[in-house]
Write a protein that binds this ligand. Structure first.
Ligand code: NAD
Ligand code: ZN
Length: 342
């Protein structure tokens, strides 16, 4: 089969011929139709310090996918050949305290496909049946291929009650924009999204026309708080940039007793004005991955009931044009980029 592999410990990815994976009794084989390029894949392409310390070579990359089940292991009874699916790319064990309490997304033994285990940028992927998420007919493969990052957005956005609340999102990357769509769908009052890149803010308005976008290089958040008639500030913050300045602005713009869910990953250690968080009595929650499988359940239910994130997909390429897809991602001007494997 064709597979997009990190074959050498240096910049780039290579299209190689790899054997079709052999499945075990509890696994399924998925024929891949569509994949999404993630920021993680860009780190692996660039071979930065994180990638060099984390990813063994050779490694088939990729973890955002939609496809169809073509083979099932002998212990698998709930799934059928021909079933369209996406799936959770975090592979977990069942012996930790967290897993045994049903909090699979907090299992410390988690391994990621396309990072620690062979990934989804290939014509076939093997996956534990446990990780498979069947796709309803009304969710196309393209959307199936971005459920992983949409799941990050949903997990973060639904960390706190948003109904009637004023929500600030810092970072209008694909995940921030999708989180804004989720916040709207979940009944937030005002949803404001910030960035320093005007292209990203334009995309945010294109995907969710009712957002108030703020270019923080041009405009102060405090003015927006007054403009929208908020008495003190935002009730809930969703940090989606990984940028220290954005977190500082968020803490300043929140009400006393505000809540922050942190998804963005800063590049290294960053100084935090801790006393400001204490005196404002702010609740902080770190968010990793997606809840298995509550996030998946809610995400699919919302997609079937009016949540529309389709316009966040800005580029589509056949798999032989993968280099163009990665270039589009690296330009900082794209939303989600999807690759078609058929
Ligand atoms: P992205 O890099 O495409 O988007 C981040 C955006 O933040 C960019 O548009 C950038 O211009 C903007 N930004 C930079 N400085 C800013 C500032 N001062 N104020 C406001 N915006 C600013 O990333 P993405 O794919 O949308 O992912 C969002 C974040 O979530 C990233 O940090 C990513 O690493 C992280 N992430 C975390 C998890 C997890 O499990 N915790 C999973 C996936 C992604
Ligand atoms: Zn991803």
């Amino acid at each position: 089969m064709k597979a997009l592999e990190k074959s050498h410990p240096k910049e780039g990815l290579w299209m190689v011929q790899a054997p079709v994976p052999e499945i075990g009794p509890d696994e399924v084989l998925i024929k891949i139709n569509t994949t999404g390029i993630c920021g993680t894949d860009i780190h692996i392409w660039n071979w930065d310090d994180w990638a060099a310390h984390t990813v063994p070579v050779p490694m088939i990359t990729g973890h955002e996918f939609a496809g169809e089940i073509v083979e099932i292991g002998r212990n698998v009874s709930e799934l059928n050949i021909g079933q369209r699916c996406s799936g959770e790319g975090h592979l977990i064990k069942t012996d930790s305290r967290q897993s045994r309490a049903g909090k699979f997304h907090l299992d410390p033994g988690t391994r990621g496909i396309g990072v620690n285990e062979q990934g989804a940028f290939a014509q076939y992927l093997k996956l534990p049946a446990f990780n498979v998420v069947p796709l309803p007919d009304d969710i196309p493969d393209e959307i199936g291929a971005i459920l992983d990052p949409l799941g990050n957005a949903v997990h973060t956005a639904l960390s706190f009650d948003l109904l009637g609340e004023d929500v600030l999102i810092t970072g209008a990357g694909p995940i921030g924009i999708m989180a804004a769509a989720v916040a709207r769908h979940a009944g937030a009052r005002h949803v404001v999204i910030t960035d320093i890149n005007p292209d990203r803010l334009a995309l945010a308005s294109h995907v969710v026309p009712t957002l108030r976008t703020v270019d923080v290089t041009q405009e102060e958040l405090q003015g927006v708080v007054h403009e929208l008639g908020m008495k003190q500030g935002f009730d809930v913050g969703l940090e989606m940039s990984g940028n220290q300045a954005a977190l500082d602005q968020m803490v300043e713009a929140l009400v006393m007793g505000g809540k922050i869910a942190l998804l963005g990953i800063p590049p290294g250690k960053s100084p935090v004005d801790w006393s400001r968080i204490v005196f404002k009595a702010i609740t902080l929650k770190g968010v990793y991955g997606r809840e298995m499988f509550e996030t998946w359940y809610k995400m699919i239910a919302m997609l079937q009931n009016g949540l529309d994130v389709s316009r966040v997909i800005t580029h589509r390429f056949g798999i032989d044009q993968f280099a163009e897809g990665f270039a589009a991602m690296k330009s900082g001007r794209s939303g989600k980029v999807v690759l078609d494997w058929r």
